[in-house]
Design a protein. Structure first.
Length: 230
């Protein structure tokens, strides 16, 4: 597990294809970033912070970039005061502080055969950091169940295409709420293998409901791993 470090970083690009959803790319102004797939960071914007002393107010964000890349990417939806400040304050060229890495989502023991990934909306981002990493090739017949409000909300087709190049056995099942309804955990369980490990990422309410359903229907809680920064 990598040691948590502070990085002063500059925003090199901001993409805003959909109102209220932003993808930021950061370059380190100091040492190279060091993290593993599925980990997350703390982002702070205090202009007076110099890298020493008490860490300023910050918020957690999953890293969706491939750890083999030079820069880090995160995607966030504007929800709450902190992300509203990010939307208003941060521009291309802005300098911020990042502290990382945190979490051990994919470093935990799990079955890499018939692995099930379940994501709601931007909850897909921590999975992407694995899907476009070379280690994803070691998974056998992994499957993604991802739900979006509509087709426009799926901003990740490029990464998913790369994932299928890295792992030709990768299967994706995408659900669009306006046409297909919401993700159905009952159907997902029925389509899964008894020995599968389940990874769940998305809105907190979805994580709780899906995790509880799996537990009540015979799935070993140790094989249900969630991206909830707990």
């Amino acid at each position: 597990m990598a040691i948590v470090k502070k990085y002063q970083a500059r925003i090199v690009s901001i993409h805003n294809e959909i109102a209220g959803i932003y993808t930021l790319e950061f370059e380190s102004l100091v040492k190279p970033f060091n993290y593993a797939p599925g980990q997350f960071l703390h982002l702070a914007m205090d202009e007076d912070y110099d890298g020493s002393g008490q860490w300023p107010e910050s918020r957690c964000f999953s890293m969706q970039s491939n750890p083999e890349e030079k820069n880090i990417r995160i995607t966030y939806a504007v929800k709450g005061a902190f992300t509203k400040v990010i939307e208003e304050k941060l521009k291309t060229g802005s300098v911020v502080w990042l502290k990382l890495p945190y979490g051990d989502l994919f470093q935990q023991s799990h079955n890499k055969e018939n692995t099930v990934f379940i994501a709601g909306g931007t909850g897909l981002t921590p999975f992407l950091s694995l899907f476009i990493h070379s280690s994803f090739s070691t998974y056998k017949k992994p499957i993604l169940h991802a739900g979006f409000r509509n087709l426009k909300m799926n901003l990740y087709e490029k990464e998913l295409s790369i994932a299928q190049e890295i792992n030709p056995g990768f299967l994706k099942r995408l659900v669009y709420e306006d046409n297909d309804g919401v993700l159905n955990i009952k159907q997902i369980l029925e389509q899964s293998k008894p020995e599968s490990t389940f990874f769940i990422s998305g809105p907190p309410s979805m994580i709780i409901i899906f995790k509880n359903y799996l537990s009540k229907n015979g799935v070993n809680p140790d094989t249900v791993l969630t991206d909830d920064w707990a």
